[in-house]
Design a protein around this ligand. Structure first.
Ligand code: NDP
Length: 312
């Protein structure tokens, strides 16, 4: 593939969630020519969160979509250009230029910030899409406080599911973990906490066949995979925690990843490829929240600025 150097952008940010928006803001304020490429709606997963109560500066909380819209406006004020398109590959000619191929054509830049986040795995059952955000959630930290005194289901048997179930007992009156086997995958220590928690029940060998409800979640159809028995039960909310995957398949330059596919960076968001940075949930990190994502984005943009200033 040839590399057009006729219109070379300083920085291309891939993904306009909180980390990508923060990176674009900092790059724009640094007067770097910046394109942010987003395949869907800006704001990422945070934009789908009903109410965000733990982002500093909003004492009453703020809806995820409002917070993300404010971030978009702030980015636009400093001149970054939004392109709405799906990125298919990031490659380099090893002579300081990156080529970002998208459905809208090929863009060329001197630096790239990957901020594509993760995609929670879906159950792929009827009702899931329709009731997403209306009782179907993929983030207990984000949405748990909205379910005070409610009965909830958590789907999955890994560390995330059990951690979410434990967290949700702070708010819910009852949390039922629905797992497709009769043994949890989660670490034994966290299992013990769950088994000893009087608010947590387990529904073994069961899968969700359908999520029920009109304007909000009202129930679920569960199937016992051993007997085949199908049963409708009532619930107020369903937290899906069956794993998630970072979105990195399009990266054709050298990056290191952990065993789950998350990009390994140093604390300056650098990857082994000079000029290529990663920020936000796509990174291997311990806390995936808006506040940590925007921090990553700021660092990545400042590092990109310094990389460019050094004339690399
Ligand atoms: P995991 O892949 O570890 O677990 C996913 C769980 O969901 C499994 O129990 C799996 O069942 C179940 N599952 C998968 N697909 C389906 C499906 N289609 N229908 C129903 N159930 C399904 O994902 P996690 O997000 O829990 O964790 C990911 C990684 O992050 C793990 O390595 C984990 O250790 C780590 N992690 C660590 C934490 C910590 O240390 N505090 C906290 C959170 C995550 P089955 O067991 O049968 O495969």
């Amino acid at each position: 593939m040839g590399f057009s150097k006729s219109k070379v952008t300083d920085v291309i940010v891939i993904g306009a969630g909180p980390s990508g928006l923060s990176a674009s803001l900092y790059a724009g304020r640094a007067k770097l020519s910046t394109i942010v490429i987003e395949k869907g709606v800006p704001g990422g997963l945070a934009a789908t969160t009903h109410w965000i109560e733990n982002y500093p500066g909003f004492p009453e909380g703020i809806s995820g979509s409002d917070l993300m819209q404010k971030m978009v406006e702030q980015v636009e004020r400093f001149g970054s250009e939004f392109v709405y398109s799906s990125v298919n590959s990031v490659s380099t000619d090893n002579k300081s230029y990156f080529s970002v191929a998208s459905d809208s054509g090929v863009f060329t830049s001197k630096a790239v910030i990957i901020s594509t986040g993760t995609n929670p795995l879906n159950l792929d059952v009827p009702g899931e899409d329709r009731l997403r955000g209306l009782g179907v959630s993929y983030c207990a930290t984000c949405d748990g406080p909205f379910f005070r005194g409610k009965d909830l289901l958590v789907i999955g048997g890994g560390d995330s599911a059990i951690a979410e179930a434990l967290f949700l007992t702070r708010f819910a009156s009852k949390v039922t973990v629905v797992h497709r086997r009769d043994q949890l995958r989660a670490a034994k220590s966290i299992q013990d906490h769950a088994f000893n928690n009087p608010k947590i029940e387990f529904r073994w060998d069961s899968v969700v066949n359908e999520i029920l409800g009109e304007a909000k979640v009202e129930g679920a159809v569960l199937k016992d995979v051993r007997t085949g028995r199908v049963e409708s039960i009532k619930t107020d909310g369903i937290f899906v925690a069956i794993g998630s995957r970072p979105d990195t398949g399009f990266i054709k330059v050298k990056v290191d990843k952990d065993e789950r596919g998350y990009i390994l960076t140093d604390e300056r968001m650098r990857t082994p490829t000079l000029g290529l940075f990663a920020a936000g949930d796509v990174r291997a990190k311990s806390l995936r929240q808006v506040v940590t994502a925007v921090s990553d984005g700021a660092i990545a943009a400042v590092e990109a600025e310094q990389y460019l200033a050094a004339g690399k």
